[in-house]
Design a protein around this ligand. Sequence first.
Ligand code: TYD
Length: 133
Amino acid sequence: RLHNLKIIDIPKVQDPRGNLAFIEKDVIPFAIKRVYYLYDVPSSAHRGGHAHKKLYQVLVALSGSFEVHLKDGETETKITLNKPDKGLLIVPGIWREIGNFSSGSVCLVLASEDYDESDYIRNYERFQLFKRS
Ligand code: TYD
């Protein structure tokens, strides 16, 4: 199991009319600079397949479910996200692959930095070298 793995509880108001979850103040341990989401993902698709040098992210299954496979270079963990009030924090230097998306699932991503292709490590061998350096 990865030691720096963190599931964030997103505060919510439960109501018979429907639940309301909110992200404000210090719920997320970084300033959110960008928000994006994956949707209409075929169940056979694999997303991710990379690590980041500086980027922090929080993933939330806003709808449906998917599996996140995480590797820190030494150990690996699989997390199933299927609750809109749970966020998975992914710190820099973690290889991630996302798959097994349920039909209609939506993966929300809160990110600490603007999109920057030079922050990506898209080659697993390069990732291993990065972790050893
Ligand atoms: P990528 O981060 O590789 O997707 P995933 O990890 O979900 O499989 O991004 C896929 C493509 O989208 C890639 O060409 C870069 C582009 N992209 C942006 O233009 N802006 C963004 O904020 C993100 C996350 C990706």
